[in-house]
Design a binder for this molecule. Structure first.
Ligand code: ADP
Length: 490
């Protein structure tokens, strides 16, 4: 069982971070590939358009030049140029390299070898072009697959309309975009690999704080809850994770400490009366002579048994309360009335200590409470005030409304509580040592109950105290709707 759990833990522990790293790297590579492919495609398209336009411009120039050199003379079209003029001779030779001239019916007047290699134009093409009266540019391939751009159109001369076509090899311009594509296709995988390596490194760096959190979380046990991870100070999501982790550890540590203190205190509280009972009974067994001696020993032992019972009972109730097993029955109650009832119960005790017990209640203050629990809360606070305040002192209960909340205060001018004890006063079994007297010693769970009851009512309890001057316990409960209060009182 333990082994299985251990194995499961190991398997889980290795996979998540590398998985994320791989996924991040793959995302980089994919993103880069998409961007590069789009750039490549756009670039290729632009190159195709540009090279086509360039070829068209050259053809335009040639077509214009044709008009200068192919002229009608004596009812015929002839090449008019000065063969001695090198530039003219060269131009005409270039124009005639891929050249076709036919009559309107398609009969060839002149066809260069170059044109013959891309095939003569069929009669219907000639007719269609002449009918449209416009020049067109078309692509042709020769037997070797070489591409030619051909400008064809009607050519007027010697009183007739001819069909003329001049071509030029477009191989070089056509090849530029595909060459670019080839270079791109070769360099793309290299770049992708480089990006992959860089991405792997970057993802590793970005995730390393995460691995620190994972490593730290893995070492957490009951023994090292003080463990904290140093934030990177970047204020990003990883820092937030680290801070959240630290916050969680802080709460865990506090809870763990509280639990540890609680179990130590609880066992101590239970052991003390048990030791006393045992001592008393042993002494009686060894030394008691008369029935009276036994009776006395049993009576003291019973007192401790009762105390033990009270502790166990309170613990049980508190555990039930905290586990949400106590059902609360909320009803609107006049808090002043509840307070007055409970104070009446303490009057004899207060009288015995010559304590003045006063209620300052104003309008009475309505709140939605579970009467039994609210009585218990007041009981615990009053019991403490009466118990700890010295003879001739004063205990005042105030009930009022403040900022829409119902406030109950139990104030005394007793010994007060030193500041270092105040944060722990509501902890289970926590008692201020110097205020502790064996006689009438409390269980140390009273204020823990008070806090639970206040919380269960959606409220909170706080304490203000100054040693030598007295303490004020303040319970705030959520507001109760005025309209229903008026309806009830009216
Ligand atoms: P206990 O059963 O010991 O009264 P509580 O939880 O009610 O336990 O109170 C915890 C401790 O808080 C007490 O032991 C006492 O030292 C201190 N305390 C509570 N109320 C008062 C008070 N009104 N004046 C002085 N100390 C008080």
């Amino acid at each position: 069982m333990a082994q299985a759990a251990e194995r499961g833990h190991r398997r889980r522990s290795r996979s998540p971070v590398p998985g994320l790293r791989t996924r991040l790297t793959l995302s980089y590579v994919l993103l880069f590939a998409i961007v590069m492919a789009s750039i490549g495609f756009t670039f290729h398209q632009a190159l195709v358009v540009i090279s086509h336009q360039q070829a068209e411009r050259l053809l335009d120039a040639d077509w214009s030049a044709l008009k200068g050199f192919l002229r009608s003379r004596d009812g015929e079209l002839v090449w008019a140029y000065d063969p001695e003029h090198p530039e003219e001779a060269f131009t005409v030779e270039r124009l005639r390299r891929v050249f076709l001239l036919t009559a309107a019916d398609g009969e060839i007047v002149e066809m260069s070898n170059g044109y013959a290699s891309i095939g003569r134009e069929p009669a219907e093409t000639v007719r269609a072009v002449l009918q449209s009266g416009r020049t067109v540019t078309v692509k042709r391939r020769d037997a070797r697959g070489e591409i030619y751009m051909v400008r064809m159109g009607p050519y007027g001369g010697a009183g007739k309309t001819y069909f003329a076509a001049i071509g030029m090899s477009a191989g070089d311009t056509e090849r530029i975009p595909s060459r670019m594509l080839a270079v791109y296709a070769v360099s793309m995988p290299v770049m992708l690999v480089a990006i992959g390596v860089l991405g792997w490194y970057a993802a590793g760096r970005a995730l390393s704080p995460l691995q620190r959190v994972v490593a730290a979380a893995r070492t957490v046990s009951g023994g090292n809850l003080s463990l904290r991870i140093e934030p990177l100070g970047t204020g990003d999501e990883l820092d937030e994770l680290i801070e959240t982790f630290n916050g969680m550890m802080e709460r865990l540590e506090a809870n763990f400490e509280q639990m540890k203190r609680f179990s130590m205190d609880a066992s101590h509280e239970l052991r003390t009366p048990l030791t006393a009972i045992r001592g008393q009974l042993e002494v009686a067994q060894l030394t008691a002579k008369s029935t009276e001696d036994f009776r006395r020993a049993i009576a003291t032992a019973l007192e401790d048994v009762e105390r033990l019972g009270r502790i166990v009972q309170s613990l049980l109730q508190l555990a039930q309360a905290e586990a949400g097993q106590i059902r609360l029955n909320f009803e609107p109650e006049m808090l002043a009335e509840v307070a007055a009832r409970q104070m009446a119960r303490f009057q004899p005790l207060a009288d015995g200590k010559r304590l003045s017990l006063e209620l300052e209640a104003g309008d009475g203050c309505m709140a939605l409470v579970d009467r039994l629990q609210m009585e218990r809360l007041l009981d615990n606070l009053l019991a403490n005030a009466v118990k700890y305040t010295q003879e001739g002192g004063r205990v005042t209960v105030r009930v009022r409304r403040e900022d829409g909340e119902a406030v109950i205060e139990v104030a005394d001018n007793g010994p007060g509580i030193a500041p270092q004890h105040l944060p722990h006063i509501f902890d289970k079994f926590y008692r201020v040592r110097e205020g502790e007297r064996t006689a009438g010693r409390g269980v140390g769970l009273g204020l823990a109950f008070v806090e639970w009851i206040a919380r269960a009512h959606g409220g909170r309890v706080s304490v203000e105290s100054e040693p030598g001057k007295g303490s004020t316990f303040r319970v705030r409960l959520p507001a109760y709707r005025e309209s229903s209060e008026e309806a009830r009182s009216g």
